[in-house]
Design a protein around this ligand. Structure first.
Ligand SMILES: Nc1ncnc2c1ncn2[C@@H]1O[C@H](COP(=O)(O)OP(=O)(O)OP(=O)(O)O)[C@@H](O)[C@H]1O
Length: 744
């Protein structure tokens, strides 16, 4: 990315946070005392450099503070030291996923808010003894009241309340990097403006409302009790912005397909539209998530009772192709600016975004930027999953009141008129706000039975109810779909356990060896490990002259078989992180002669793409498997094997793309995957490996997301039960002002 060069221009800059060159002068060895750190700009910059050298903060954070100082100098003022400290901490917080810094919280407990010093300083160049003596943020800010803090930010050239193009924005008691403040503004405005638009179905006596009622009656059979899917459809049809949240298998895809059919029905029957249907697009944040929706949506569309709907809705009116958000918005290499924006909006009437919990504030703001103001935007996702990797927790914030709903009497009466269902009293609230009326939560799982261990464990984690009975149940095999391979033994034995499990999936740990299970009349494929896909690769009967289509078909089968099992972990580094687990599992598979080597490129190596590559058409999150293929010849015309990585197209066609390993830039081996990266994916059998020590990244959201990646079988490996219990007590809380803007 290129840095904008116009910062000499009176702060008239579009301040970009990440493009600042990461070159700090080497810090001096001077020890800065806490009492003098905020005495002068030089002393605080000195301390920030020491923090950077200790790997507490990023080079970028120090550079940002320096930039603020130089910008202040250009304005003829000396930046207050406290301002420089706050600038660096705000940048540091953005790097940790926060959209802003809540100064009130910071003054109350700085150490906790900014998590400094960090648990581990992996790249520290500071001696441990000096690290001990480094003043902490909490010490610097002790004794400074919020009012002093606000005073330090008042009337300085680098800060405004948003009206000027300053690099920092102070909004109430929240301090933002300007770029992030603008994202939040854009999102809040985009939502509020849509909620204020009139709706043709809002009057339950209107012809459109009549069509909607008829369509919903045809789409949803009668069900005992409240049909939350039907309510969600009605609510989302009534608002130009809507959120539908629900846990795994609660029918988000089914609901949205019904919703689109209902909306097309209303459009088709409306004399005003003269039969013109809506232009609809479906998108997801990653290629994997798009591919998964692609797979499920086609079936749901084919089951629609279209002949019973008013408005002559046809299959062609409901799209089944799902694209990634980046592709939809038109990403361009080397810039975060998209081709579609305010000046070149997308031509779309309805946009559905699945797996919206993965969308950060930056991308969400770009979505609003690219949409015409009247476009109907529907977000789907599970509010309890991990938030986006980058800053923000947009879906989580929008759903913060979803559990209790807060529907106003006007909404519940309308819902009853349209759906025939009466909303339970505990979901009503005369004080409910406009935003509440646009959020629907699906409350019944159709995929998991009441007795499913995956379901019960996920719920217990989510509600912090992981009690002894639940843990004992999981440990003692009380659930047919959960195996707890807790050893309580040495690290070495746990490693052996992981290796064996990765090989076979340990069917013996499940009831009846995982055989013969049936859910909802459907036979469930048994739990497997990586031997499953590797055997398929080895045992094929293709010959050198087999046609390309035969290799494609094999690759499809192997990729599907690989998707039947996945080891997930919480960390990146260390023996229980992605790197350590990938290494040990590969070596074990080599020992079992299932792969020819354990390093570099080899047939059987599974890879995960870790960055978008538009030239190759690969997206972050795409998974490929390496094959050895007889597709080359030596000089004598003899067949030579070449390695190619097979990727499944994300357009739902199932087509295979073969890519030479040398062309792949950003990837990692994928025997183990972080829970973060697994978002948007689901596996027949998921194994979650927890480390033997707690770390700040291990949270309730992480454990919940890990468990809910399992479609049919879940296994847990941990050498330390306390780590599981403690993780569930830790929450992901991200500072942001979005909720306040929407629920003011
Ligand atoms: N109202 C319903 N009645 C019966 N079965 C349903 C209903 N809604 C959904 N299902 C079934 O439940 C399963 C899960 O539904 P769906 O894929 O729509 O859920 P989802 O919330 O999108 O799942 P995911 O967690 O994978 O995102 C599917 O097999 C679907 O056919």
């Amino acid at each position: 990315m290129t840095r904008k060069k116009n910062h000499e221009n009176q702060f008239n800059l579009e301040f970009e946070q990440d493009p600042i060159p990461q070159v700090s002068p080497e810090p001096s060895q001077r020890v800065v005392d806490a009492s003098e750190a905020l005495a002068e700009p030089e002393t605080i910059l000195e301390l920030l450099s020491r923090w950077r050298a200790a790997d507490w903060i990023r080079p970028l954070d120090v550079e940002f503070a320096r930039l603020i100082r130089s910008l202040s100098g250009e304005q003829g003022e000396e930046a207050p030291p406290l301002l420089l400290l706050l600038a660096a901490l705000t940048s540091h917080q953005v790097g940790r996923g926060h959209v802003c810094v809540d100064l009130g919280e910071l003054m109350r407990d700085a150490g906790q808010v900014v998590a400094l010093p960090p648990e581990e300083s992996l790249a520290s160049s500071v001696a441990p003894q000096e690290m001990e003596q480094l003043p902490r943020p909490g010490e610097l800010l002790a004794g400074i009241a919020l009012t002093d803090c606000l005073a330090a930010l008042d009337r300085v050239a680098a800060v405004s309340e948003g009206s000027q193009s300053t690099p920092l924005v102070l909004d109430g008691h929240r301090l933002y990097l300007r770029r992030f403040w603008r994202y939040e503004q854009k999102i809040a405005r985009g939502i509020r403006d849509r909620l204020a638009l009139p709706s043709s179905v809002a009057d339950s006596g209107s012809a459109e409302a009549g069509t909607l009622k008829q369509a919903l009656a045809a789409l949803f059979g009668s069900q005992a009790g409240v049909d939350y899917q039907k309510l969600a459809c009605a609510l989302a049809a009534r608002n130009r912005f809507a959120v539908i949240t629900g846990g795994p298998g609660t029918g988000k895809t089914t609901t949205v397909v019904n919703l689109l059919a209902a909306l097309q029905s209303v459009a088709g029957a409306s004399p005003l539209r003269q039969g013109r249907k809506y232009r609809i697009r479906l998108a997801a944040p990653t290629g994997k998530a798009a591919a998964r929706l692609n797979e499920s949506i086609g079936g749901a569309v084919s089951r629609l009772p279209l002949d019973q709907l008013p408005g002559q809705v046809t299959v062609a009116d409901i799209p089944t192709r799902v694209t990634t958000l980046h592709r939809l918005l038109g990403s361009r290499p080397d810039t975060r600016q998209f081709r579609h924006n305010r000046d070149n909006p997308l031509l779309v009437d309805i946009l559905v975004i699945d797996e919206a919990s993965m969308v950060d504030v930056d991308l969400m703001a770009s979505v609003f930027d690219a949409l015409p103001g009247s476009t109907h935007l529907i977000l789907l996702g599970d509010k309890d999953q991990l938030a986006s990797v980058d800053a923000g927790a947009v879906l989580g914030e929008l759903c913060q009141r979803a559990q209790e709903a807060h529907y106003r009497p006007g909404t519940t009466d309308w819902l009853q008129a349209i759906t025939g269902d009466r909303v339970p009293d505990d979901l009503t609230d005369p004080e409910g706000q406009a935003m509440d009326q646009a959020v629907a939560m699906l409350r019944r799982s159709y995929r998991f039975t009441e007795t499913s261990g995956i379901r019960q464990l996920a719920e217990a984690v989510n509600t912090n109810a992981l009690d002894d009975a639940m843990l004992e149940g999981a440990r003692n095999g009380n659930f047919e779909d959960v195996a707890w391979l807790d050893t309580g033994v040495s690290t070495e034995e746990t490693r052996t356990l992981v290796n064996r499990h990765a090989l076979t999936g340990t069917p013996g740990a499940f009831r009846h060896q995982g055989q013969g299970r049936v859910v909802g009349n459907q036979p469930v494929p048994p739990p497997v490990g990586y031997r499953h896909y590797l055997s398929l690769m080895k045992d094929h009967e293709l010959a050198e002259n087999s046609p390309r289509e035969a290799w494609d078909a094999l690759a499809q089968r192997v990729l599907a078989a690989f998707g039947d099992f996945q080891v997930l972990c919480a960390l990146r580094q260390g023996p229980w992180g992605v790197e350590g687990l990938n290494d040990q599992i590969a070596r074990h598979l080599l020992g079992e002669q299932l792969i020819p080597r354990a390093e570099g490129w080899y047939a059987g190596r599974p890879v995960l793409v870790t960055g978008n590559d538009y030239n190759l058409g690969l997206m972050n999150g795409d998974v490929g498997i390496t094959f050895s293929l007889p597709w080359d010849q030596d000089e004598a015309g003899r067949t030579r094997q070449v390695l190619r990585v097979a990727f499944s197209s994300s357009d739902g066609s199932g087509n295979i793309r073969w890519i030479s390993p040398s062309r792949l830039q950003q990837l990692e081996t994928n025997y183990a995957m972080t829970v973060h990266k697994s978002q948007g994916s689901e596996f027949n059998h998921t194994c979650l490996v927890l480390p033997d020590r707690l770390s700040p990244v291990m949270t309730r959201e992480l454990v919940y997301t890990g468990i809910t990646r399992a479609r049919n079988w879940f296994s847990l490996i941990t050498g330390n039960e306390a780590v599981l219990r403690e993780s569930v007590r830790q929450r992901v809380i991200r500072a942001s002002g979005l909720a306040e803007r929407l629920w003011q």
